[in-house]
Design a binder for this molecule. Structure first.
Ligand code: CP3
Length: 360
């Protein structure tokens, strides 16, 4: 861990950023920060399957800590996958070389009825245990982030059984049997709320919902299907206590609807201009909503100067207030570790624009 950062209360910094309160600098972490770009991760994976790493708290803790030890980011996300609850609900999940495969999908009412409401303590206790161990290893000054898939994105995997054509299949169900899709989303939402509550009870300082496929929906379809399920998760999580971060990809057209989810932080990709996002959020009365993002992960494949410039630009667009610096999607497996370091360090050393500092 870089020496200069050991004395910082990262949890306080992170939580203040989530609540859009004054900060000395922006907090920084990366989606998929524990993963294949790290030789240390590949060494663990050479000996253990992906699911074994997810389900063995000691291994999950080890790989969650690897990026923090090396790069000293401001938050540690627990190592797991959005498909763990799909398995807990009774589906088989396999991780091959081309991504996850669910050999038995949800296509009709009896498939839906066969999905069970799971008990996070009994069925996915390894996630809570990993969070608990991470909190003990990191102490009270580093935030641990828990996560789950957003209902729509998880439904896409449950309906299609694989990555590629997932949203086409899910949309087929939307048009052919909207009541079935609604019931599936509702069941996922109920289980997701309990799953995330258990992660919070285990010590997660914030939780993130990943909606990788949100952008595939039109505004009307998002409003009718994805939004009520998200609202159900958020309502059950008691807003205002633990910050909820909502990641949605390619979702510029959904902006006002994203704020209606009730999430505390909107995590967006590079297609959305952060200055415009901030303006749109400020124009909405009521609760402050913070932003997270949004560098294109391919920037981290390029020269260090471009990474620094992109970091500087992102922070200047938000003013550094209510901003958690991150990528717009997961870090790519072929990213040089040195470039990830440049990203983290330049974010942590960036001076905030004068207007943000004067608000301190
Ligand atoms: O951020 C972190 O470091 C925590 C770990 C994490 C993983 N998956 C580990 C993982 C998180 C937050 C996820 C979320 C996830 N999983 C999403 C949402 C975010 C996104 O990337 O869109 C989705 C859609 C999944 C489903 C999934 N899992 C896919 C499509 C794949 C295959 C593609 C890929 O990137 O490998 C996975 C496998 C997976 N999940 C890996 C990791 C580190 C690679 C598995 C390996 O080690 O071989």
């Amino acid at each position: 861990m870089p020496e200069s950062h050991t004395d910082i209360d990262r949890k306080s910094l992170f939580l203040r950023a989530c609540r859009a309160e004054p900060v000395e600098r922006v907090p920084v972490w990366m989606m998929r920060q524990a993963g294949r770009y790290l030789p240390e991760y590949r060494a663990v994976r050479a000996k253990h399957s992906f699911l074994d790493v997810c389900k063995t708290p000691e291994l999950a803790v080890e790989v969650s800590l690897q990026p923090y030890r090396l790069l000293g980011m401001d938050a540690v996300i627990v190592f797991s996958d959005i498909l763990i609850p799909a398995e807990a609900m009774g589906l088989t999940v396999e991780f091959g070389d081309t991504g996850p495969v669910l050999p038995r999908q949800v296509r009709n009412g009896s498939d839906l009825a066969a999905l069970r409401d799971f008990d996070p303590q009994r069925d996915t206790g390894f996630v809570g245990e990993a969070i608990n161990q991470l909190c003990r290893a990191l102490g009270s000054r580093v935030p641990v982030i828990g996560f789950a898939g957003a209902p729509w994105t998880l439904a896409c995997y449950m309906i299609a059984g694989k990555s590629g054509s997932g949203t086409d299949r899910a949309k087929c169900m939307m048009y052919a049997d909207p009541a079935l899709l609604r019931a599936l989303l509702d069941k996922i939402a109920r289980n997701t709320a309990r799953y995330l509550s258990a992660q919070i009870a285990a010590g997660a300082a914030a939780v993130q919902l990943f909606d990788t496929w949100a952008g595939e929906l039109s505004r009307g379809d998002y409003r009718e299907f994805a939004l009520p399920a998200m609202q159900r998760v958020l309502d059950e999580l008691q807003p205002g206590t633990t910050p909820v971060i909502y990641y949605s990809k390619a979702s510029s057209h959904l902006l006002e609807l994203l704020t209606e989810t009730g999430a505390d932080v909107l995590s967006v990709d590079w297609r959305l201009d952060l200055a415009q996002l901030k303006l749109a959020l400020a124009a909405r009365r009521g609760r402050a909503v913070a932003v997270q993002g949004n560098l294109d992960p391919t920037v981290l494949l390029g020269p260090a100067g471009t990474i620094r410039e992109s970091v500087r630009e992102a922070i200047s667009k938000t003013g550094g207030r209510g901003h958690i610096l991150n990528l717009g999607h997961g870090i790519l497996p072929d990213t040089p570790v040195e470039n990830a370091r440049v990203f983290i360090e330049s974010g942590q050393s960036a001076e905030l624009p004068a207007r943000a500092v004067s608000a301190l």
